[in-house]
Design a protein around this ligand. Sequence first.
Ligand code: LMR
Length: 328
Amino acid sequence: LTATAAALAMTVSAGTATAACDDGEIVVKFSHVTNTDKHPKGIAAALLEKRVNEEMDGKMCMEVYPNSTLYDDNKVLEAMLQGDVQLAAPSLSKFEQFTKQFRLFDLPFLFNDIKAVDSFQSSETGQAMLDSMQKRGLQGLAYWHNGMKQMSANKPLIEPSDANGLKFRVQSSDVLVAQMDAIGGSPQKMAFSEVYGALQQGVVDGQENTWSNIYGKKFFEVQDGTTETNHGVIDYLLVTNIDWLESLDSDVRDQFLAIVDEVTNARNAESTAVNAAAKEAVIKAGGVVRQLTPEQRAKWVETMKPVWEQFKGDVGQENIDAAQAANG
Ligand code: LMR
């Protein structure tokens, strides 16, 4: 693929794969669910695609499919095991069928910020988790950051009791179900691609997500407002099929993994800024953003934190301790 052909492909195809692969190149299909603009994952995926296609021209060719155009997150890992897609970056909340270890990241109010998440992930425990699904055929390559979650609904959310009786969309994670139960909400697992329509039609009343997702999928347009709770985290596992990875010639694999590392480091350093820009974009577009007083926030903490106890057995008290220590 020449640079000109890549540029051309990029201009003509909006929202779907951007590269045209040549005969003999190893094709890497990367399926994800978010938008590409003002989004940590969207930007990182595009950069990875660009670098692989420029630097590995003739050997490897990457095609990124954003916006759930190829698979939803509940289908993509199965598709990966079938060999239909080689790369994905589902949120850590979406691996429940493969490992219970990532439940740690969903515990509400465990991490103060992405810096703490990064520090835990960089630890020996965090790095070992990348290998936790090898027996199931999946290899984690890197953690990709998104950011802290905020709560939105079709009415103002100031006290946890404001959530009483509201239906909330959650990712496919039992921890998040328990968290919404704790505030008296009624949780519903749902694919990301269905959230906007479900909020618009009143199938659910509210949701939790990062600023980049609230902006990117325009959730704020169909909600009363968003409360800046920073109560949890959405981060991703860049993941591949272990057999596919091992099938690559070692020089090709090494070059590919080196590019993955560089893209990870470069884009993870920017994730907080990307979410801050998305929050500003929400406000600029007329979205209502509410802040909590320290007293109000303490009530959310008090109401949600008992969830930790329920999942201590799955995630391990020592990992909870290590995660808390990462808050500094
Ligand atoms: C969600 O389903 O809300 C998120 O995991 C989507 C994403 O990939 O950020």
